[in-house]
Design a protein around this ligand. Sequence first.
Ligand SMILES: C[S@@+](CC[C@H](N)C(=O)[O-])C[C@H]1O[C@@H](n2cnc3c(N)ncnc32)[C@H](O)[C@@H]1O
Length: 276
Amino acid sequence: MAQDQSMKTMRLYDQVERILNELNHLGIDEDSPLSVEDLTPFDQYHYHGTAAVDEAARKLGATGDTQILEIGSGIGGPARHMAHVTGCKVTAVELQPDLSALSEQLTARCGLSGQIDHVCANVLDRPLEGQTFDAIMSFLVFLHIPARAELFDVCRSSLKPGGSMIIEDYIKLKEPDAQQAEDLRVKVQCPYVPDMDTYRQDLERAGFVSVEMEDMSSSWTAFTKERLAAYEARREHNVKVNGEDLTDGLQDFYATTAGLFSAGVIGGVRILARRD
Ligand SMILES: C[S@@+](CC[C@H](N)C(=O)[O-])C[C@H]1O[C@@H](n2cnc3c(N)ncnc32)[C@H](O)[C@@H]1O
């Protein structure tokens, strides 16, 4: 699939089985059972890790009765944490086959296969047509999907009336220069970033109401800067566990995102919206 191949220019998505190397380094072999907590240092592909998922659980009021659709579930970190702490059920849709397959294995090893369904698909292809959910969650995914009208239509039709959606995503703060635009497009796979007002209008036009937008820009600027510094400080470990090429690739990815935030080109938003 063309889109899947090009996604790998974003090095976060390269060799995702590196999580198994990290577990191996901790003395956990490939077949042994896992706890969700074993994985959370490595399986959250968004900012502020499980704290962001806890906040989503609180804002959505998730309980054991809640059925959540997760859009762009990565290697399954948010779905597992959400299911583990709230008892809810999650249907986790992920575009990239290697990420989805790894998610499924890790979820099974955590004993959570009864609570989480992993579905490998492009959400724009409406893989769950006809099913509706109490809530949607999506962390740092919509930045990859420029077709916002189509995307928000899928979201709306996937929710029960009155259902809520929580999104964490990028917003544009100022126009990127040519190099920054290229970095966004290639290294971050982010060809389109709306400003905050456009984002709100697009959601409202799609039939979402009570749209609350929390500006995460300064928090994410600090997070991405600290993530880069922490990764650089562990270079010896990273090279030993994952090799030099992947270490360099991830370091460049973390430096690119930290640079885009600190230059004030992109910011972040946490959105809570309700289906009318
Ligand atoms: C930055 S990662 C975040 C993963 C996960 N939400 C997390 O926080 O750990 C974004 C994910 O969205 C997925 N994605 C992008 N476009 C998608 C689409 N159209 N349908 C389903 N998943 C998509 C990517 O493959 C990637 O795994």
